[in-house]
Design a protein around this ligand. Structure first.
Ligand SMILES: NC(=O)c1ccc[n+]([C@@H]2O[C@H](COP(=O)([O-])OP(=O)(O)OC[C@H]3O[C@@H](n4cnc5c(N)ncnc54)[C@H](OP(=O)(O)O)[C@@H]3O)[C@@H](O)[C@H]2O)c1
Length: 274
């Protein structure tokens, strides 16, 4: 376990691998690393940890240069199960620890007690299997209780859905107030931003596409973003969004795109903050 002050900041643009087959996750991660990404997001539930690990090894980079996140799936929250599941993940990744380990979702329908699975999570961190720990899809009440339970172990991020059409103000504002970074997932609204006239219009002044403007907006908000693509040219252009500087007026116009469009929702989800 490292003192947090010695850890490098999380690279602001990562490559997402949800719903990517083995071959896509491998090839996409290789292209991403070649393009200059130094952050990859995978999860037990994506069933491609072994492919991401292989891509990092085959990239020729020192694996320590690549910030890697994986996530524990709620099916592994049963008592005594988190530590072995993380060891299985590390075996698949071919690593002895990850940079960031997240709880992918709160326990579905409270199937497992928060006190128990957070205590297991703390043990994994204390054992040095992850440099940082964080959560995903945690609401304000869950986050508050989790922070209490973790004591002096710091949380590195809350990974939540966030894009121009669902800027997720309640949890974003809360996390900002407690100094916790947001990692924005589905930052391209799963490709929907590509057809947006306002983003396209703003992009003209920056020689950029609507997708890049959508990512630049989230970066301006202070978020980490983890767009996914299976196409090499998009993997490259998505990373270049980091070079765009939007004006205050452009930011204000993009904020008006908010329409509460939550894309990842279902009966496994917690009751979202409003
Ligand atoms: N923690 C969680 O519960 C959770 C949930 C969802 C996602 N995530 C993470 O967040 C990552 C990103 O989210 P996501 O995959 O849901 O959605 P996303 O990144 O918002 O969108 C991906 C979709 O957009 C398309 N796309 C990518 N770049 C584009 C571009 N420049 N122009 C137009 N279309 C583009 C992709 O199609 P092509 O492949 O054809 O380019 C793909 O269909 C995931 O891969 C995963 O790592 C986490």
């Amino acid at each position: 376990m490292h003192p947090q002050s010695e850890l490098a900041p999380i690279p602001r643009i990562g490559y997402g691998t949800w719903n990517r087959s083995s071959e896509e996750a491998y090839q996409g991660s290789l292209w991403a690393l070649e393009a200059g990404y130094r952050h990859i997001d995978t999860a037990q539930g994506y069933e491609n940890e072994q492919d991401v690990g292989r891509a990092i090894r085959d990239s020729g980079l020192d694996p320590r240069e690549v910030f890697l996140t994986t996530k524990v799936k709620p099916g592994n929250f049963a008592p005594g199960r988190i530590m072995p599941s993380v060891r299985e993940s590390l075996d698949k990744l071919g690593m002895d620890k990850v940079d960031l380990l997240l709880l992918h979702w709160p326990a579905i329908k409270n199937q497992f007690a928060l006190e128990d699975y957070i205590s297991q999570f703390a043990e994994v961190y204390d054992a040095g299997l992850a440099d940082r720990i964080g959560v995903s899809n945690f609401t304000i009440p869950l986050l508050t209780r989790t922070i209490e339970l973790l004591g002096d172990r710091p949380l590195a991020t809350n990974q939540v859905e966030c894009h121009v059409y669902m800027q997720n103000r309640p949890i974003v504002d809360h996390c900002r107030s407690i100094g916790l970074s947001i990692t924005a997932y589905s930052p391209l609204a799963r490709g929907r931003v590509a057809d947006d006239a306002l983003l396209r219009d703003i992009g003209k002044a920056h020689d950029a596409g609507p997708d890049q403007v959508a990512l630049a907006f989230l970066l301006h908000e202070g978020h980490i973003v983890i767009p996914s693509s299976a196409r090499k040219e998009r993997i490259v252009t998505n990373l270049k969004a980091g070079e765009i500087r939007l004006s205050d007026d452009e930011i204000a116009r993009i904020r008006t795109l908010e329409k509460g469009m939550r894309l990842v929702n279902g009966d496994w989800c917690p009751v979202w903050d409003t």
